[in-house]
Design a protein around this ligand. Structure first.
Ligand SMILES: [Zn+2]
Length: 264
């Protein structure tokens, strides 16, 4: 009886003092660059500032943090008004040649396929998976060499295109591709430009995308664990060779994956 009383008394004090701080996240520290992020101690007043319109809040240990993406296309003045100086990016040019005429003269049929795929992608990016924990840095999605960085100004057959808002990792066909963090597979389809493409929702408004795969081994609706093989590298879609096009999307903004991965 006395023993039971001790246990109850211990639990009363011990358990009452155990406060859970959730959801837990440990986003990387602020990177004040295009495609970076802002992280600071949570202050509800800041939610109303235009630069923090897109934000999430979560705990790092016991401290509540506010995290907000810094888009590639940003209005520097808005940040300067808040005393935040976003470093200007110096992005190189890349000129590639695509020979496959399927990508140079888009048929009517493919044009409607492209439009349909863009709508599907948009709707999948709205997915809102909820979880109580996320871990950074992210797991490296693949072995290989970086063949194109984030922000590169692209010219395809000498025609200027949108900047490259992902990270290209090149390795032979069949190189395994790993989930950068645990999450829900919200898209696993073969698209015109992106080829075999997987999109994972990790919760906390963070998603990662893997394009140009040779083979996908997951399906929409599957749950995956950090570091699990989700497919194999390839050259499906519009490419000049075998590589992975990897994107990190935070609250709808494509950010520089390098800021979220462990430094080698
Ligand atoms: Zn790419």
């Amino acid at each position: 009886m006395i023993r039971l009383l001790i246990v109850i008394t211990f639990c009363f004090y011990g358990c009452a003092n155990t406060v859970s701080y959730y959801p837990q996240c440990n986003f990387p520290d602020s990177v004040l660059k295009q495609g970076g992020l802002l992280k600071k101690n949570f202050d509800p007043k800041e939610n109303k500032k235009s630069i923090f319109v897109k934000n999430i809040s979560c705990y790092e240990g016991k401290i509540k943090k506010l995290v907000s993406p810094i888009p590639f296309f940003l209005k520097r003045e808005i940040y300067e008004k808040e005393g935040i100086n976003i470093q200007k990016g110096n992005f190189r040019e890349s000129r590639i040649k695509i020979i496959d005429n399927k990508f140079n003269k888009i048929s009517k049929e493919n044009l409607s396929k492209i439009k349909e795929e863009s709508e599907i992608l948009k709707s999948k990016l709205l997915s809102n998976f909820e979880t109580s924990i996320i871990n950074f840095p992210l797991h490296h999605p693949s072995a290989g060499v970086i063949s194109s960085e984030f922000g590169v100004k692209r010219f395809i057959n000498n025609i200027p295109r949108n900047p490259h808002l992902g990270l290209d990792i090149a390795a032979p066909i069949g190189t395994p591709i790993y989930a950068a963090e645990s999450g829900l597979i919200v898209l696993a389809r073969n698209f015109f430009y992106r080829g075999k493409n997987i999109l994972i929702d990790h919760g906390f408004s963070l998603k990662t995308s893997y394009s140009h795969l040779n083979r996908m081994v997951v399906q929409e609706g599957d749950m995956v664990k950090r570091g699990e093989i989700i497919g194999y590298m390839g050259e499906s879609g519009r490419v000049t060779g075998s590589h992975l096009h990897f994107e990190v999307i935070f609250i709808g903004e494509k950010l520089n994956p390098v800021f979220f991965l462990a430094k080698d």
